[in-house]
Design a protein. Structure first.
Length: 372
């Protein structure tokens, strides 16, 4: 049977889409332009969130495989970078929201109460999928974020079901990527080798020794140029703290459980290894993965910061419609909600290329010959 020709408006569902901007009114004609702007921007944001979730699920599934093919890393990087760009697009919408004056918004604000952007299930899904620890969540007020996703009479909502399902959807993107990093060959050694612990420890020792040489040189110059003895002593202590912190971070000294400490230390060593020797051919795509993760979380953080500034510009620091602390809550999430902390922390201990220790097995990271 021949399929009838498809029209643009049928494929995109244009008529259905244009009928969704009524809010709680019977018709759109009852609304001021400013309220329609508010509704449309938030609807578009939710569509962007839908696309972000699709991209991150695909990337997570790729890294969740027991063996991640090198050839598939380019697809992963493309998905992560697309998700980052989607956050950038969503951030750009706040400029449009800022065309609403405070009086414009207050004219329809009461219609929203007690609704809140805190009830965006897809935003919660993105946080969960990325790997935000539950222990680091900031409560809306007296409610947990799951309680806020129930109907006002306490019944579970589709939003609640969506988020509860995401909580069961493991692993998170962070967990999957960390598992992949844990398996990374570090100067030729992999976790299944009997000598892996010893060889990784040797790499960490060589790297921290190089780090100490580099920072000590910088310290000496800073101390020499200091004007007073108290300044010189302050600088000595500051650089010593930096050196001690770098070693402690690489060894995951803050982790109490021995097995988890060893695992965390190897993940951090892998990050340092990939970033430091990124010119080696077989590290080209792994380093792009790390760069794209940084871009993703940076874009998400900027989205949160931009959201907070838009809200403050339009309504100041009054209590949010859902009873939250408003801008104060948004500012706290922008600072606290960080997922890929080790990826960011790696930057603190990286060295210039000339200061890096020589690898023992650099040849294994080159391109295979045609006869291999």
């Amino acid at each position: 049977m021949t399929r009838p020709p498809t029209t643009y408006w049928e494929y995109i569902k244009v008529e259905e889409l244009l009928g969704l901007q009524t809010g709680i009114a019977a018709t759109e004609g009852e609304l001021a332009n400013e309220e329609v702007v508010f509704i449309v921007v938030h609807q578009i944001d939710e569509l962007w969130f839908k696309l972000i979730l699709r991209e991150l699920v695909t990337v997570r599934d790729l890294f969740a495989q027991e063996h991640v093919r090198e050839q598939s890393l380019s697809s992963a990087v493309g998905g992560i970078r697309r998700a980052a760009l989607l956050f950038q697009q969503a951030s750009g919408h706040f400029a449009l929201m800022e065309t609403l004056t405070t009086r414009d918004y207050l004219a329809f604000r009461d219609k929203l109460s007690p609704a809140s952007g805190f009830q965006s299930a897809q935003m919660r899904e993105i946080e969960i999928l990325m790997g935000l620890p539950e222990s680091e969540r900031i409560a809306l007020g007296h409610e947990s974020y799951l309680q806020a996703l129930r109907f006002s009479d306490g019944r579970p909502s589709p939003a609640l079901h969506r988020v509860e399902a995401r909580l069961q959807d493991r692993p998170s993107l962070r967990e999957a990527i960390e598992d992949w990093l844990y398996r990374t060959p570090i100067d030729g050694t992999t976790p299944e080798l009997a000598e892996d612990v010893t060889r990784v420890a040797a790499f960490v020792d060589a790297y921290t020794a190089a780090h100490r040489r580099e920072v000590t040189g910088i310290q000496a110059l800073a101390v020499e140029n200091a004007l007073t003895e108290p300044d010189r002593e302050r600088l000595r202590q500051r650089y010593e703290r930096e050196l001690d912190a770098a070693r402690a971070w690489l060894e995951a000294a803050e982790v109490e459980d021995a097995a988890e400490r060893a695992r965390r230390s190897r993940i951090r060593a892998a990050l340092v290894f990939i970033e430091s020797y990124r010119e080696l051919p077989l590290l080209a795509w792994p380093r792009e993965v790390i760069d794209s993760i940084v871009a993703l979380e940076q874009a998400f953080t900027i989205f949160r910061q931009r959201h907070a500034r838009m809200v403050e510009r339009v309504i100041g620091r009054r209590t949010g419609t859902g009873g939250s602390a408003g801008v104060d809550y948004l500012d706290k999430t922008a600072v606290t909600y960080r997922v890929f902390r080790d990826v960011w922390a790696t930057r603190t201990v990286l060295l210039r290329k000339a200061a890096l220790p020589a690898l023992q097995h650099a040849a294994m990271y080159g391109f295979a010959s045609a006869t291999d």
